[in-house]
Design a protein around this ligand. Structure first.
Ligand SMILES: [Zn+2]
Length: 284
């Protein structure tokens, strides 16, 4: 089994259940480095990133992309994940160095709920050839990334689903690998089939445990467990589409007062891309 970062698409024998299984290791490392996040922010942000990657499995066309935004009442404040059909993913968490909240460490893992709180989850789907992006908004009901994505799928798209996202943390307190699984019952699936989804999911009590023990075989184990057949796979990789040209256009759109907020002592204008932390310097 290849060990590079990827998303596998699978389907049940009767075609009524679609499954997506994700494993990211290099992408998790690159993102932690670029955003210089502590382990609490990393734990939450990478779960959101994994959620975006799992949902991107349903994109159909080459230029399609999803932007997921959590606007939170908790100290996280905001998380944005941008993922496209080609598996290129980027994003940011507004607070990269969250302070530990008492009681948020459960079974060796940080739970997101006290950091996210409530608020709004917004998903924008941008399709090539269709000028207007499709937006849908749901309330953040639980503060747990996977659970709230499942609620979103149910309320906005009337899709019954189960989502599990897990992280394996190294002795150096860094996230080594992040994994996720999403099962969706397609329209036409019977109540019986929907129940089977839940039952099968409950059998994997800990995706984190599975990642720690069997990382190389995680894909095979999950596809077997869910009784799904492999359909396709795609590489997931960090990529930011920012360029000199895009940032220059942004600066040109600012008035003098706004420009001055980005001005350094030497009169250069400095803009840092939120998605990749790259600094762009311009002479005015
Ligand atoms: Zn960038």
């Amino acid at each position: 089994m290849l060990s590079n970062d990827k998303l596998i698409t699978a389907i049940s024998k009767d075609g009524k259940i679609h499954g997506y299984v994700l494993l990211i290791r290099d992408t998790a490392r690159i993102i932690q480095e670029k955003h210089k996040m502590n382990i609490i922010s990393s734990s939450i942000f990478l779960r959101a990133l994994a959620g975006g990657a799992l949902l991107s499995g349903s994109l159909k066309n080459r230029d399609d992309r999803l932007i997921l935004t959590w606007s939170c009442t908790g100290p996280v404040k905001k998380i944005v994940v941008d993922v496209n059909y080609q598996g290129e993913i980027r994003g940011y968490i507004e607070e990269p160095n969250l302070q530990f909240i008492e009681g948020s460490l459960v079974d060796g893992s940080i739970v997101a709920e006290p950091y996210i709180g409530f608020g709004e989850f917004n998903l924008s789907r941008i399709s090539a050839g269709i000028g207007i992006p499709y937006h849908s908004v749901t309330a953040i009901e639980t503060g747990e990334i996977a659970q709230d994505l499942s609620i979103y799928l149910n309320q906005s798209l009337q899709i019954e689903s189960c989502i599990n996202i897990g992280l394996s943390i190294s002795e150096k307190n860094e996230i080594e690998v992040c994994g996720g699984a999403l099962l969706m019952a397609l329209p036409g699936a019977s109540d019986e089939e929907k129940k089977i989804i839940g039952d099968k999911f409950n059998e994997i009590s800990s995706l984190t445990g599975l990642l720690k023990d069997n990382e190389e075989n995680t894909f095979d184990i999950l596809l077997n467990k869910f009784d799904l057949d492999f359909v396709s796979e795609k590489e997931i990789k960090f990529n930011c589409s920012c360029t000199d040209e895009i940032i220059r256009k942004l600066i040109n759109s600012l008035n003098e007062k706004e420009k001055n907020e980005y001005r350094l002592a030497d009169n250069k204008i400095s803009v840092v891309c939120q998605y990749c932390n790259k600094e762009y310097l311009f002479d005015d």
